[in-house]
Design a protein. Structure first.
Length: 194
């Protein structure tokens, strides 16, 4: 969840430059408080932005590999050529499922988001109760990203030990780059009980 002020600052930097913004909005419907701000809603940014989105998160269609881009019209043909030649096409039954997801009742999305909030609250409270761990409360999605520097462990070593010794899978923060050292990423997509 990028704060709205930061989105506005990015737009101000990008607006008068010869570039395109790639806006990953795959979690835009899974938020817990303030709705995320789409950069496309800011002056001059609609024609300078490609929104990357899909069905896997909002509609729990992971593994179906169905996404989409919303972009300026002049990019449609080149992107279509790229996609057709790099991964052919999405299976027809998957496309029909996507249409059903978009056109069907949306109340399940709200229920799922409320459940993710419940899991987030419990999981982050548990993390923040551990010595040497501090975890900011995420504003959306279904991940927790605790700082583990107070434990004395390096990220990759602790992630490996948690898997080997406790059967708990997480990612080392370094999976996301060198500045991720000192962090782990946990998914809260599993059931509350688990």
């Amino acid at each position: 969840m990028i704060p709205p002020a930061d989105i506005r600052a990015i737009a101000d930097l990008a607006r008068d430059r010869d570039l395109i913004v790639l806006a990953d909005e795959i979690y835009s419907r899974i938020y817990f408080d303030e709705a995320p701000l789409s950069i496309t809603t800011l002056p001059g940014m609609l024609e300078k932005t490609i929104i990357l989105d899909g069905f896997s998160k909002t509609y729990a269609m992971t593994g179906w590999r169905m996404g989409y881009g919303v972009m300026p019209e002049w990019l449609v043909d080149p992107i279509n050529k790229l996609m057709v030649n790099s991964n052919s096409c999405t299976a027809s039954f998957t496309q029909r499922a996507g249409i059903a997801a978009l056109n069907g009742p949306q109340d399940e999305v709200a229920k799922m988001t409320a459940e993710f909030r419940r899991r987030r609250d419990a999981f982050c409270a548990g993390l923040n109760g551990l010595p040497g761990v501090r975890c900011a409360i995420p504003g959306g999605a279904f991940y927790a990203y605790p700082n583990i520097t107070g434990t004395g462990w390096k990220s990759e070593a602790l992630a490996d030990a948690l898997l080997k010794d406790a059967g708990l899978a997480c990612l080392s923060g370094t999976s996301f780059g060198a500045y991720g050292e000192g962090y782990l990423r946990f998914s809260i997509a599993n059931s509350y009980e688990t």
